[in-house]
Write a protein that binds this ligand. Structure first.
Ligand SMILES: [Zn+2]
Length: 178
């Protein structure tokens, strides 16, 4: 440990930047989404790689000098804790059901299952051209009162999916118009 941060491992931010470097992907002007506020070293690397905005979930051991560097470089850093205070930023909201079968305990599932329910009220500040998608079927994560909203595109999405599958099946069977 150094300054309260683990230095035995490569942090997720560095891992992501190095992966992009290896694959030749430029992150200039990109946004970074992290669970915890980046440590000083990661902050410096993110700045140098050209990241323009950082979203973080937890204000974990925030380094004053990291903040100073972000401000000097005009990089925005925004705490986002839930769907409610992120929704106004989104262009596309891809919902899926909370996958009960992947939880280790019923407790964990019960605690989380209603955290991400979308309803009309939450859409109040969303963009006018937001696209709400979902592979369907849903459990309760999208309230039925959202279905009439012009931004709800999930029925159209599954309809397009059906045509795409029909085309694939025809192609696979090499069928003609007959
Ligand atoms: Zn770090």
């Amino acid at each position: 440990m150094r300054d309260g941060h683990c230095i035995a491992t490569i942090h997720a931010e560095m891992n992501a930047l190095l992966y992009c470097a290896k694959e030749g992907i430029s992150v200039r002007g990109a946004k970074a989404y992290v669970t915890h506020f980046p440590c000083l070293n990661c902050t410096k690397s993110l700045i140098q790689a050209g990241i323009k905005k950082i979203y973080y979930r937890n204000a974990y051991r925030v380094d004053d000098y990291a903040i100073e560097l972000l401000e000097k470089n005009n990089i925005e850093y925004v705490e986002k804790r839930s769907l409610d205070n992120s929704i106004d930023d989104l262009d596309i909201l891809y919902m899926t059901r909370i996958q009960k079968e992947r939880f280790f305990s019923d407790n964990q599932y019960t605690r989380l299952k209603d955290s991400y329910v979308l309803n009309r009220e939450k859409l109040a500040n969303a963009k006018k051209d937001l696209a709400i998608l979902h592979p369907l079927p849903r459990v309760n994560e999208i309230d039925k009162d959202v279905d009439d909203d012009p931004r709800a595109l999930y029925f159209q999405q599954v309809k397009c999916g059906m045509y795409a599958r029909m085309a694939l099946i025809i192609k696979l069977l090499e069928a003609n118009n007959a």
